[in-house]
Design a protein around this ligand. Structure first.
Ligand SMILES: [Zn+2]
Length: 200
């Protein structure tokens, strides 16, 4: 217990950050109070704005400032006809950093996991099916994580894509089984995308 209830509240609130436990939270709280009050207030404003205003893009379910995200608004990307399906917004960021993909994305925000209550509805697969049906997509690239759940999700989406006669591919090896896309280095990810294989 510290000398101030407000300080206790701050230390407790900071622990919402991934990887921040009581010790780190205490260190951060003192650093903000001792030396960085202005920056801390700026952080609070930025967090407030981001957390209240960022929404899911109605086209790709990636984060946007409201309405369509900037990637979906890009005409060149939209008319490419290529759609890359990933599990998380961090995966989009990782693929963008690899500089090898110029189509649009669809973000599932997870993988099929009935035990956790994650079914087709929660992953937005109805929205994805509408995009498949729109006639704007010619090729779908499955870039789910190489895990049992990721592969099962890819198989489910593949069946949907086949119903709409889309060319279907899966990112190539190089991404270790059981790994996450956003932990793979840019070069490996770039190779995995350019050497993608048809998905049977
Ligand atoms: Zn979008």
């Amino acid at each position: 217990m510290s000398s101030s209830v407000l300080l206790d509240n701050l230390i407790s609130a900071l622990q919402v950050m991934p990887g921040v436990g009581p010790r780190s939270a205490t260190r951060i709280a003192y650093a903000l109070l001792d030396r960085r009050r202005a920056e801390g207030l700026q952080l609070a404003t930025t967090m407030q704005e981001a957390l209240t205003r960022i929404e899911l893009c109605p086209c790709c379910r990636n984060y946007s400032d409201g309405g369509k995200c900037s990637l979906c608004q890009n005409v060149k990307r939209r008319t490419s006809g290529v759609l890359c399906i990933v599990e998380t917004p961090a995966d989009v960021q990782a693929i963008e950093s690899s500089g090898t993909f110029f189509g649009t994305y669809f973000v599932l925000h997870g993988h099929l996991s009935p035990l956790d209550g994650l079914g087709p509805q929660e992953l937005g697969l109805d929205v994805l099916e509408q995009r498949f049906a729109s006639g704007e997509i010619t090729e779908a690239i499955l870039a789910t994580n190489p895990t049992v759940e990721g592969d099962a999700t890819a198989a489910y989406i593949a069946a949907m894509a086949h119903r709409h006669q889309l060319v279907l591919s899966k990112i190539a090896s190089g991404v270790p089984f059981g790994g996450n896309l956003d932990s793979v280095d840019e070069h490996t990810l770039a190779t995995a995308i350019t050497q993608r294989r048809p998905f049977a």
